[in-house]
Every structure is written in C-alpha cells, then in structure tokens.
Ligand binder design. Sequence first.
Ligand code: 3HC
Ligand code: NAI
Length: 698
Amino acid sequence: MTDKIAYTRHDDIAVLRIQNPPVNALSQAVRQGLWDAMERAEADAGVKAVVIVGEGRAFIAGADITEFGKPPTEPYLPILCNRIEASPLLVVASMHGVSLGGGLEVALSAHYRIAQPSAKVGLPEVNLGLIPGAGATQRLPRLTGAEKALEMITSGAPIKAEAARDLGILDRVAEGDPEAVGLAYAAELLADGATRRPVSELPPADAIDWDATYDAVLAKGRGQISPATAVRAVQVATELPFEQGLQKERDLFMELMQTDQRQGMIHAFFSERAVSNLPELKGVEPRSLNTIGVIGGGTMGAGIATAALLAGMDVVLIEMKPEAARAAHERISGNLSGALKRGKISQDKFDTLTEKALTVSTDYDSLSDVDLVVEAVFENMDVKKEVFAKLDSVCKPGCVLATNTSYLDVNEIAAATSRPADVIGLHFFSPAHIMKLLEVVVAEKTAKDVVATGFALGKALGKISVRAGVCDGFIGNRILATYRTAADHMVLDGASPYQIDKALVDFGFAMGPFAVADLAGLDIGWMTRKRKAPDRHPDERVPTYIDKLCEEGHFGQKTGEGYYIYAAGKRAGVPNPKIAELIAAEQAELGITPRPFTDEDIVRRYMCAMVNEAAKVVGEGIARRPLDVDMTLLFGYGFPRYWGGPMKWADIQGLPSVLADIQRYAQDDAWFWQPAPLLEDLAAQGRTFDDLNKDAAK
Ligand code: 3HC
Ligand code: NAI
C-alpha cells in the first residue's frame, strides 16, 4: 500500500484516510493506495464496512490534472471506482470540503454518502475541456434523474451539501469530524442491517429530448464542445446497460482528452494560479489595506470604490465639485443595488456600505489616513500630475499611490511626487466591480512591498492580477491596439466590419472588435489616433473613415450610432449603412480594390497580429511570461478560455507556421508585420511559449 492512504481499524470498520495534500488529487499513488487498502480491508478478518475520508481541506478535488496528456497509468480511475462499488463490504464515503470530479465519482461508487454541511460536490470537468470519466455520467442520473445530472455536469458548478442531499446525491448531512461522523454512520448502518447499495444497479433515468438539449447546450457553450459531449454521455446512461454506458463515457472522455480545447483549458487552469505567483515577491509583506482612497468618481472610480466596499474595505472618494460628488455616490449606490438585486448583499449590508463604509468628499485632506489611493481622473498627464502632487502632500507616509491610467507613463506620474517608490499603476477594467482582470503596473522605482500590496489588493477584490511593465497600453491595451489595427487593415482591404465581428465571435470571442469599439466609445480611438498622429511613421496605414462618423458626434452605443445602429434600450445593434459608404469612399481615395476574405483568413490575421505583438511584449519584459499575456487576454478582453490564451493558441498552431504567415503578410505591409524577435528565436529553436512559462517556474 502506498503512503498516500492511512489504514486504521475500529472494531468491525476500516477507515481509509487519503493523505495527498493540498487537495487529495487522485494521483497514481492515491489510486493504487485505495486499491490496495480495499484489498486489505476485504482480507482483514471481521471487517464489515469501510469508511473513506480525506485528510486536510478536502475529501478529494478530482483526478490529478498534472497527469493529463501523459500516458494513463494503472489502476485507472473508472476501474478503481467499479472495484470499490463491487466490494462485498459496506462502503461509506464521509465527505468534507470539496468532492469534485473524480472525487465525487469515488463517492458515487461508495454505497452510502454522508457530508459536512459546509461540504460542496461538483463535476467541473467541462471547465477542463472534458466530461466526467469515471462513471459520473452513468451513476449520477440514476440518483438525480437526467435533467439535474446534466445541469451539474454541463455547468461544472459545485452545489452545497444540503442541495446535494435533496437531489439524492448524499444520504445524510451531519456536522462533525469526517472520520468520527463516517464511523458513527457506518456503525449505525451495520446495526440496522443495511445492505450494499451500488448506484450502478439502480434503474436508469428517464429519457429527455436529447437532440434539443444537445443543441441548446452547444449554443450556450459558444464553441466549447465538452458540455454538449456530456449530453451524449448522459443519454447513453438512459439507453444502454451500465457497463456499455461506462465504456461509451470512457470513449468520449478519451476523445476529448486529445483535443486542443482540453489543452487550452488546462493551460488556463494552471496559468490562473501561476499568474500571481512572482518569485520576486516571496517573503515580501504587503502593506496594510483597511481604508482605500479613490480619486474621481466617474465610470472607473465608482466601479473601483464598489469593488473595495464589497471586499469589506472603507472607501474615501474624492470628486472635484459637490454635484460630481453626489453623482459619484449615486453611481456607487447604483452598482451596489445591482449586487443587492442579485442577492449578493443584504439590505442591511447595502445600508452599511453606502452610509458608513463610504465617504464621498471634495476635500483632499480626507485622505490623510488612507492606506492606498487609486487615482481615476481624466486621462490627461497634466491633470494626473497635479493630483499626484496633491496626494503627495496629504497622504500619510507609506500610503500606496496608484494610478488607473490606461496608457500614460507611470514613471512620469511617479516623478510628480517626492516618493516614487510608493507609486504604482493599478489598471482596472470596466466595469471595475465586475471585470476580473487587474494589471499591476510596476514602474522603475516602485518598491517591492508596493508591488506586493497591489497583488494583495487584487486578491482581496477577487481579481486575477497580472504584473506588467510600463509602456504605451501596458500588456492588454498595447496588444489590443495591434490586433485592432489588423482588423482595420482588413476593412480597408475589403472585409466588412460585420464579417470580421462574426468570424471572431464564431472563433469564440465574447464580442467582435467593432462591436467592442461601439461599446467602449469610438471617441477613445479617435482621441488616441489624434494623440499619436505627430509621431506616426509614414508607412503606417491608419484608416480614417470612422473619424468622419466621430466628427458628426456618433460615438457608438452611448450615442445610439457607430459601426452599428442601436434602437433605444437595445444592446445589440444592426449594421450602420453609413459605414459601408465611408469605407468605399476611403478605398477609392487610397486606390484600393477591395478583395474578399474568408472567415478563416480573418481569424488567422487577427490572431497572428495578436501573437506577434504579444511576443514583443514578452520579449521586452513588459510581460514576464507568455502566461501573463494569456491571462490578460482571457480575463480582460473576452478571449475564449478554451484556447487558453493567444500564446497557447500559437503553440497549438505551431510557432513556425504562425511566423510563416506573418512573413507572408509582411510582403504587402512590411511596416505593420515586423516579426517579433522572440517569435523568430523560438521558431528557430523548435521551442514554444509554454517552454518559457516552464523555464520561469524553475
Ligand atoms: N490536480 C492537481 N492539482 C490540483 C488539483 C487537481 N485536481 N486541484 C488543485 N490542484 C492544485 C492547484 O494547482 C494548486 O497548486 P499550487 O499550490 O501549486 O498552485 C493547489 O492544488 C491548491 O489549489 P488552489 O490554489 O486552487 O486552492 P483552492 O483552495 O483555491 O481551490 C479547489 C481548491 C476548489 C480544489 C480548486 O483547486 C479546483 O477547483 N481544483 C480543480 C478541481 C477539478 O477540476 N477537478 C476535476 C478534475 S478532472 C477529473 O476529475 C476527471 C475525472 O472525471 C476522471
Ligand atoms: P470619467 O470621465 O468617467 O471620470 C473621471 C472623473 O474624475 C470625473 O467624474 C471627474 O469629475 C473626476 N475628476 C477629474 N479631475 C479630478 C480631480 N482633480 N480630483 C477629483 N476628481 C477629478 O473617466 P473614466 O472612464 O472613469 O476614466 C478614469 C481613468 O481611468 C482614466 O485615466 C482612464 O484612462 C482610466 N480607465 C478607463 C477605463 C474605461 O473603460 N473607462 C478602463 C481602464 C482605465
């Protein structure tokens, strides 16, 4: 027996305690240990029941994800589950913390299940591009019916113990030490003469409308295939005998294991955890974060204040004038009432947050006691410098001074203070209380504990924090500017904005770039083009057709007209006929003969532009690792999670093929398509972006 399972005997009951910290993932050693421990219990004279428990913070978090993609090793989990279920002994699973994926599947193979009230059970495999592969698609519907089983499997969301009991997944919910509770339950079952109760022997669930369900789940997945595949696996549980159903589940599971989507989603899983793990911050203590100051209560300031309030911090918000202060207060109350409506906070909590935890003022002296300030005033260097000079004079020593600037130079802002080591960029995304991404922008003189405080704030606010260096647009907006330009070029050359949006939504993006531009406001791009015009290289191709729409006062959704026209109260628009005319006029002026683009070509050019700029961002050290770019695009820019991020996408395509396409595009526009040196190096060495992630983890 491996050392992953501790075997103890308590009268006629054996306890199998899984000891594989931190979350008891079912590695080969755990599976082997459980197998051997079952054999030992069955051979142990007088043992009548087995209780399986987990040590530490979870029962079992599922299969060991680090083993995926490697050749499977025996004993395979589905066989182990069958072996547990087939045991002549009475098997009880006593669960606490999470029982996820294979963890729940082990429990479903036990004959009885008991869990702590705080326990959660779930089947998150779809979030890894998979379906349950050790019997849950066959056993769960036998307990809950097909519909409820599908809800759990296709959403991947865990449910609480009491809900699981109501669905028939658990037999009992009981407070107490899992081992003691499990032993008492097993003893009671033995005393009552309870018999083995294999779930696989229960009658199959009733059929539902499988094709309609499949289509609905496929559409909801926006290109993700695993949830829809799960529908077919559950379907066979109602149509075939258990053993054949299990085989079909295994076949579908193994098929998904070979897909790019599985690779992408597992990359996302580990990157999400690695992204905030910076070696330079090991042992560096963040500063305290009890009270937060926010300067400017517009869209961003109000969102940041809302996020901080929801995380339990006190907030002091500064506006310029009393009316603006009132408007800011209303904006924050509006955000919080959204949380109230969704049941995230109670009315009492809402009242405390808006009346006690939040102070809105026009007096900078109210900031004298805050631990960290985020400035979110207009995007103008002179205004920002003035604000930072004021902050320097009123904030206590050690207060972290952060700017939410989108593009401006954080070094220059820091130089407006006498304490540049305390200055950092904290770049939130709109709406700041909802979007998960936070770019922590480290300037030349930023102190390490200030960086650690930026990450600590991100964690407290429930964000995914990514370290970025200083450059125009940092990681995300800089890369966005480039792939947006690639889309603009395609429009000039003959693709319509609507074809481009559709091709990219079909690829898996939440929205296409032109719909996003309408949402963010066309005035932003217009101002940026004006700002950059003086330094523009003569070879740079910049479409100006959309500026003509801006000149007429049309800025996208907020004015009802942009690339699309928006009927009052509608979020989705219809193509604006003016756009085609403006594009045609510009093409005529530039002497361009429009040519057709396939959707595939659109996606390829867009992605190659993204990857090329991302490789420059990594090569220059603005992002430390390719995974930092991947997480930025995933959590801030609606990049489809099942591709893992643009760098992972490029790895899957093969870097030489991505580079070859960039070189081919460069034949027409050598200025825009300058290959990133890092991409050239990796392609020449036969290495991948993920190799750089691995190097950084060493
Ligand atoms: N395999 C391998 N490592 C795992 C793991 C797993 N299933 N689950 C978590 N870990 C690792 C994490 O990578 C992390 O490692 P690190 O400390 O080196 O970064 C460590 O365990 C702790 O994890 P978290 O930081 O995520 O801790 P939390 O307490 O925040 O969350 C959790 C715990 C809810 C268990 C969360 O880790 C999680 O959701 N894990 C994945 C669960 C999952 O997807 N299970 C299904 C696996 S697929 C399967 O079972 C297939 C089967 O059907 C055949
Ligand atoms: P906004 O125009 O909605 O709000 C700015 C607010 O700052 C206004 O309410 C204004 O009254 C206030 N203000 C201006 N000068 C001030 C001063 N000296 N003292 C106190 N208050 C002052 O602007 P928005 O969109 O909230 O942007 C703010 C900052 O956040 C900008 O730097 C912007 O680039 C950045 N940002 C914006 C994003 C967005 O999607 N809107 C996303 C990420 C960053």
